[in-house]
Design a protein around this ligand. Structure first.
Ligand code: ARG
Length: 230
């Protein structure tokens, strides 16, 4: 039997990596939840498509667009490298990297990061930044929280990860770590967007229009309040 739904334009298969709170995480019911999940569901409603979420490794999202998934929403930063493979929607969030350090760490600025052992999530902008720092030994993990655990175990000097998840982990392990802002390290602003199949302007236009409508009608602000500023 067909579901009773207003969605007539089919299903949008959306890839994410649900280990990046508050943007995506596995909820108590075992399903992906978070800001990005709520945003893409609202977009789906606007464009009349059912949203089906596929949780996968962050590092395989871009290459899976057009095969396993239609689009990806994963706190993904727009980068020139990724734009060789995919298009991006208009940006829906401005972010920056942060540095998580053990409570007793002396790390305070960009110079202090040289020659350290740094944990990152594989395939992320945090990894790309760490790779550029002089003399470092970069350990890449499939999940940022695994890097945080190795930081707590003493195997890493610091973790470079996006600010909002860093703050979530910082609160979770507040007796063991501190979170230092990206401004202390001259990190550049980053812009999150939905990754789209290259050249599909019809889908891009629909999704961009939906984002604009959600910003105009207050839905976007409500989601920021509910998931990010709570
Ligand atoms: N913003 C960073 C990037 O685009 C990290 C994103 C990680 N997202 C995730 N869902 N694990 O590379």
């Amino acid at each position: 039997a067909k579901a009773d739904t207003n969605n007539t334009n089919g299903t949008l298969v959306v890839g994410t990596n649900a280990a990046f709170p508050p943007f995506e995480y596995v909820g108590d019911d075992g399903e992906p939840d978070g800001f990005d999940m709520a945003l893409i569901k609202a977009v789906g409603e606007k464009i009349g498509m059912d949203v089906q979420i596929q949780d996968m490794e962050f590092d395989s999202l871009v290459s899976s667009i057009g095969s396993k998934i239609d689009v990806a929403i994963a706190g993904m930063t727009v980068t020139e490298e990724r734009q060789k493979t995919v298009d991006f929607s208009e940006s829906y969030y401005e972010a920056v990297q942060a540095v998580i350090v053990p409570k007793d760490s002396a790390i305070a600025n960009a110079d202090d990061l040289k020659n350290l052992t740094i944990g990152v999530q594989l395939g992320t902008t945090g990894e790309f930044i760490a790779d550029e720092i002089e003399g470092v030994n970069v350990s890449a993990y499939n999940k940022a929280v695994d890097a945080v655990n190795d930081l707590i175990n003493g195997r890493l000097d610091c973790v470079i990860v996006d600010k909002n998840p860093a703050e979530v982990f910082g609160t979770q392990y507040s007796d063991k770590v501190n979170v230092l802002p990206g401004t202390d390290f001259d990190f550049e602003p980053e812009f999150y967007a939905i990754a789209l199949p290259k050249g599909n302007t019809e889908l891009a236009n629909k999704i961009n229009t939906a984002i604009q409508e959600l910003k105009a009608d207050g839905t976007y602000d409500n989601l920021v309040k509910e998931y990010i500023e709570e």
